[in-house]
Design a protein around this ligand. Structure first.
Ligand SMILES: Nc1nc2c(c(=O)[nH]1)N[C@H]1C(S)=C(S)[C@@H](COP(=O)(O)O)O[C@H]1N2
Ligand SMILES: [Mo]
Length: 323
């Protein structure tokens, strides 16, 4: 695919500036006793943004290993109106625009180096998976963070369905491509569709989660309905939304952000407070709920589960391996 370099105004750096302004405004409003920023900015109200998603019944059990994220859950009104979903625009305020997404009859293709490739309706896939709820931390590379109760199933369960061959070394994910629905996909400077990738070992790890719900409801469209990835030890851009295709391969996939700028958004993207982004510090982060910045943790605090995956790569800490 050919595309032009994205214009400088679309750089995430400007988004970071917006973010700081937004958070300050929230704090100011909170100080004045005025509810959410949305009330004054003409942005979608929480009720509008959350509309249309029905509660999941019966509620899937909370996995006791993920019952406490060590920080409070971030309000749904905040997380559902402050999103990164560039298909619908490069601002954080895409929750209303994202309601254009139609998830009825969603189909997922799973192919590549597998014994049983399949094209499966999302509804049929979910019925075969054991669902659970997990409360986990999310750290965006732009240095904001949140805690969300997601529901979904482990990626390893889904991979077991298709029986990966021993030659499969990586898993590549792809988001839908539909410029009529997602109008930013008409802009040629982005390498659409959005893609991401993991090693097979990362994909098989218990932390790699296919998210199909949030806050006890079917997944909000702006969160990447009907299904998105969550790998909580990695920066948020790995958490690809609205997945239509999963391919097992022996070649390391080049992801959307890596293709745009591999010196800032590498393949590994493990959260590491010691390796700054070229344009800002990663030592601390701003919770979306407001308040003071807090220290960022190595692997976002999930090292116990995943550090072993990177044994032997220690010498390269500080290089792009860890970005
Ligand atoms: N398809 C797609 N997936 C995506 C993105 C995107 O723009 N398009 N943004 C990523 C980034 S940078 C982050 S931080 C998270 C944001 O998830 P949230 O909006 O649910 O908080 O989604 C990730 N997944
Ligand atoms: Mo992000």
């Amino acid at each position: 695919m050919t595309y032009l370099r994205r214009p400088s105004w679309a750089l995430p750096e400007s988004a970071v500036t917006d973010e700081a302004l937004f958070l300050n405004r929230r704090q100011v409003l909170a100080g004045l006793g005025i509810g959410t920023a949305a009330a004054l900015t003409g942005l979608p109200s929480p009720a509008q943004a959350e509309a249309g998603r029905t509660p999941i019944t019966p509620p899937p059990p909370l996995n006791p290993a993920f019952a406490d994220a060590g920080r409070p859950i971030t309000g749904e009104d905040i997380t559902s109106t402050y999103n990164n979903f560039y298909e619908f625009g490069s601002s954080k305020r895409i929750s209303r625009e994202a309601q254009r997404l139609n998830v009825d009859g969603w189909v997922i293709e799973i192919d590549g180096l597998v014994a049983k490739p399949m094209t499966i309706a999302f509804d049929d896939l979910v019925k075969q998976m054991q669902l659970e709820e997990r409360i986990v931390r999310h750290r965006c590379v732009e240095a904001w963070s949140m805690v969300v109760p997601w529901t979904g199933f482990t990626l390893s369960q889904m991979l077991a369905l298709v029986e990966p061959l021993s030659s499969a070394k990586y898993v590549r994910f792809e988001t839908f491509l539909d410029p009529d629905v997602a109008r930013e996909q008409r802009a040629s400077w982005w390498p659409w569709p959005y893609t991401e990738g993991l090693t097979i070992e990362e994909a098989q790890n218990e932390l790699s989660f296919m998210v199909t719900g949030a806050y006890g409801k079917e997944l909000h469209k702006q969160f990447g309905a009907p299904v998105r990835l969550h790998t909580p030890w990695k920066y948020g851009f790995k958490h690809i939304k609205s997945i239509v295709k999963v391919t097992l391969t022996d070649e390391r996939p080049v992801s959307f952000w890596e293709e745009l700028n591999d010196s800032e958004y590498g393949f590994w993207a493990n959260v590491n407070p010691q390796v700054d982004h070229p344009r800002w510090t990663q030592a601390t982060e701003q919770p979306l709920s407001g308040g003071d910045r807090i220290p960022t943790l190595l692997f976002n605090g999930y090292g116990e589960q995943v550090a072993h995956l990177y044994k032997g790569m220690e010498a390269e800490i500080g290089t792009r391996l860890w970005r």
